[in-house]
Design a binder for this molecule. Structure first.
Ligand code: UDP
Length: 249
């Protein structure tokens, strides 16, 4: 069993990508075997943690998630500052590709919900190339708000999907999953943020060397300068983590 690290108000599970995929496929088997509860996954980054500070509903949803994977260099640094390093950063796009490969051999069905029009289909094509034989049972750009729930639910039920990848960005994708997963017929929902944009090539990922150095965020900022506003919370995040560490002593 893995441990969890509490970073400010949010628990993050200390799992590798392989372990995350194992837990997700176990949840699908449990659901098929004895109707276990559905399994919501959040890919947590510092913006999630900062948002959770001022949004009690979001905080509660994250607490109730079955799995919270560590995404983002800031989160890795935060855990180190707290003296509980996380084993590995688990970027959403990499976990999704690993999961699609496992799904291809196991026969699990995926549904891709969210993204700009056409992006989920392009991401599905890319997943089929990366994970030959994977069954993407449906895609829908959909609508993140409650008014979109009925259309999404009927498409997901009709597809017979086991896993729904929800790309509405945080916190909309977490809210969507907590409202809808249990009645969708799927066993697992994962909030995947900008993953479809990467898979489809709509947005380029940082070069490997930048990722290794923990500088993916800098590359993203250069590509999408409008992100600065969200990223402005990062220094505050680190200060609060340092305070958490100091107060604990
Ligand atoms: N998005 C969407 N509907 C919305 C708002 C956002 O489909 O109402 C999509 C958007 O197209 C993008 C994703 O949600 O693909 C959010 O990506 P972002 O880069 O913000 O997520 P991150 O990876 O930073 O968590």
């Amino acid at each position: 069993m893995h441990y969890a690290v509490r970073i400010l108000d949010v628990e993050v599970d200390a799992v590798t990508a392989d372990e995350a995929v194992g837990l997700i496929t176990d949840a699908i088997d449990a659901r098929h075997g004895h109707g276990a509860p559905s399994f919501q996954v959040a890919t947590v980054n510092p913006e999630f943690v900062m948002h959770a500070r001022r949004d009690a509903a979001f905080r509660r949803i994250l607490r109730d998630c079955a799995l919270r994977t560590p995404d983002g260099a800031g989160l890795m640094l935060g855990a180190r500052i707290l003296g509980h390093p996380l084993p590995q950063r688990v970027p959403g796009v990499e976990m999704v590709i690993d999961l699609a490969r496992a799904a291809a051999t196991r026969g699990d069905r995926l549904f891709l919900l969210g993204g700009a029009p056409g992006v989920a289909e392009a991401a599905a094509e890319a997943l089929r190339r990366a994970a030959p034989g994977v069954e993407v049972a449906g895609t829908l750009a959909g609508d993140a708000g409650e008014e979109g729930d009925a259309a999404a639910l009927s498409a997901i039920s009709a597809s017979g999907a086991d896993i729904v990848l929800v790309a509405f960005g945080a916190p909309a994708q977490e809210l969507w999953s907590s409202r809808n997963l249990a009645v969708s017929g799927a066993a697992v929902a994962i909030g995947v943020g900008g993953t479809f944009d990467y898979l489809s090539g709509t947005v380029r990922r940082a070069p490997r060397v930048m990722r290794r150095l923990g500088l993916e965020w800098l590359f993203r900022l250069a590509q999408q300068p409008s992100r600065w506003r969200r990223m402005a919370v990062l220094p505050v995040f680190l200060l609060l983590v340092v305070r958490q560490r100091v107060l604990r002593r």
